[in-house]
Design a protein around this ligand. Structure first.
Ligand code: GTP
Length: 369
């Protein structure tokens, strides 16, 4: 039944990031038009509260719930602080956004997410991480890093841009596609060569610096550039890169192919890693709970094996030589015991309406398991 399998298919979410003016919004507009022409309309989320006019219709728009100008006024913030706070406020409602997305997800192939102009606001804010992690825990998700190709012909801009992309990959751990935009103005072949041929990139540095080959490869800057180039060489191996023009529409199919390959990478690499980390976190939490309980029992002068005994004489009958009450240890006062219980009640989140006896009983029961 092909219809069924189509419904089960998960959409890919694409988070579009890039420096201010790199062409994110125009790229999304073109991608949207391209997908419409293929009769596969995407679902679009706009996270830029400060954008004045969107050249496409967003299905979910941060501006519908957050008034960025009001936020600036109320919190006495500048433009960047205003965008950051707007994003933070929006994230508090992101569960609602996710509910809507979950309803729509079976009917679309792509969820496109436009981000604020200032890349660092999305990349370095807690809300940016929450949004990307939340999307990635639901569907295959990748980052489309849009680069202004004409502005990247200088080796220093190119390297800065790549280091930024690398830090983004490091922070989100999500599959990343480099989108060389504006290729109608500047062909991206030079960048592709620099990414595949370390020596050619070094030659370009020499030319840009206007120094001799020795000058560029010696001294502090030379060794820094060398190390960075080597590090980036490794980074490039994990990337897909495409050149597009958001004005002419060139390269959109290549981009969609890259998205499919990244969805595969998400399933093969990202997801198992996230599940492994989740399992470790779960085990850590369990361990912490056990430590807390053992500490409680110790504080209450009750040992694991000692706990089930109904009376002291029962305990004495057992031939247990473990961590029992030291006879010469001072018994805690009633007040101290209450205090300890209160602390554990808070740390374990046991509500007040559970009596102390019941709490102790519950804890003892857990210790026995
Ligand atoms: N020639 C050419 N111009 C482009 C292309 N993509 C975007 N532009 C132009 O680049 C400028 C910036 O594009 P935007 O889409 O606003 O860039 P942005 O990254 O969303 O900008 P911010 O939201 O301010 O960060 C606009 O003047 C666009 O027309 C392209 O592929 N080719």
């Amino acid at each position: 039944m092909p219809e069924m399998s189509e419904k089960v298919k998960k959409p890919s979410s694409i988070i579009v990031v890039g420096m201010a003016g790199s062409g994110k919004t125009t790229f999304l507009q073109q991608l949207n038009a391209h997908l419409h022409s293929k009769e596969k309309p995407p679902y679009i989320v706009n996270l830029d509260p400060a954008v004045k006019n969107l050249p496409y219709e967003a299905n979910i728009d941060i501006r519908d719930t957050i008034n960025y100008k009001e936020v600036m006024k109320q919190y006495n913030l500048g433009p960047n602080g205003g965008i950051m706070t707007s994003l933070n406020l929006f994230v508090t409602k992101f569960d609602q956004v996710l509910n809507i997305l979950e309803k729509r997800a079976p009917t679309v192939d792509h969820i496109l997410v436009d981000t604020p102009g200032q890349i660092e606001i999305f990349q370095w804010s807690a809300s940016g991480s929450i949004i990307s992690d939340t999307l990635a825990s639901s569907w295959p998700t990748c980052i489309a890093y849009v680069i202004d190709t004409p502005r990247s012909t200088s080796t220093s801009t190119f390297m800065s841009s790549m280091l930024y992309a690398c830090s983004m990959l490091y922070k989100t751990k999500l599959p990343l596609i480099i989108v060389y935009n504006k290729c109608d103005v500047q062909d991206a072949e030079f960048a592709k060569r620099w990414m595949s041929d370390f020596e050619e990139f070094q030659q370009a540095i020499v030319q840009d610096e206007g120094t001799s080959a020795e000058g560029a490869t010696s001294g502090y800057m030379g060794s820094l550039v060398n190390s960075m180039s080597l590090m980036l060489e490794e980074f490039y191996r994990h990337l897909d890169f495409v050149s597009v023009s958001s004005v002419t529409g060139e390269g959109m199919d290549d981009f969609l192919k890259a998205v499919d390959s990244k969805a595969q990478e998400y399933e093969n690499d990202y997801l198992p890693e996230v599940e492994r980390l989740r399992e470790i976190q779960k085990q850590e939490k369990e361990k912490q709970k056990e430590v807390q309980l053992s500490k409680l029992m110790k504080d209450m002068h009750v040992s694991k094996e000692d706990a089930p005994a109904e009376t002291i004489s029962d305990a004495e009958e057992d031939e247990y030589d473990g961590e029992l009450i030291e006879p010469d240890e001072e018994e805690p006062s009633e007040e101290a015991a209450q205090d300890i219980l209160r602390q554990y009640r808070i740390s374990l989140g046991i509500p007040d309406d559970v009596s102390d006896e019941k709490l102790l009983g519950l804890l003892t029961e857990r210790m026995q398991k």
